[in-house]
Design a protein around this ligand. Structure first.
Ligand SMILES: Cc1cc2nc3c(=O)[nH]c(=O)nc-3n(C[C@H](O)[C@H](O)[C@H](O)COP(=O)(O)OP(=O)(O)OC[C@H]3O[C@@H](n4cnc5c(N)ncnc54)[C@H](O)[C@@H]3O)c2cc1C
Length: 52
């Protein structure tokens, strides 16, 4: 059994990015997403530069 296991709440960009980074480092990840269907509205019409 793995000693390092992470549960991530939310399968948005932040949650999925974190999950990918953790998996690349051999950590077992479970992502829990409350939505049951794909949101058809676009939330990424353009790429914004960092504000800071
Ligand atoms: C209309 C709109 C247009 C946008 N356009 C752009 C754009 O053009 N360019 C740009 O760079 N950004 C844009 N954004 C912003 C961009 O979508 C967000 O910055 C980005 O989605 C944030 O990612 P996140 O992972 O932090 O949160 P989210 O994308 O909100 O993901 C969070 C996830 O967690 C899930 N969740 C929440 N609570 C729970 C819970 N208790 N249990 C399980 N799951 C849960 C939600 O269902 C969701 O899927 C836009 C946003 C909106 C609303």
């Amino acid at each position: 059994m793995d000693t390092q296991q992470v549960v991530i709440s939310g399968g948005g960009p932040a949650g999925l990015w974190l999950a990918a980074e953790l998996r690349l480092n051999g950590i077992t990840v479970t992502v829990i997403e409350e939505r049951t269907e794909v949101d058809q509205r676009s939330k990424a019409l353009t790429v914004h530069p960092r504000g800071v």
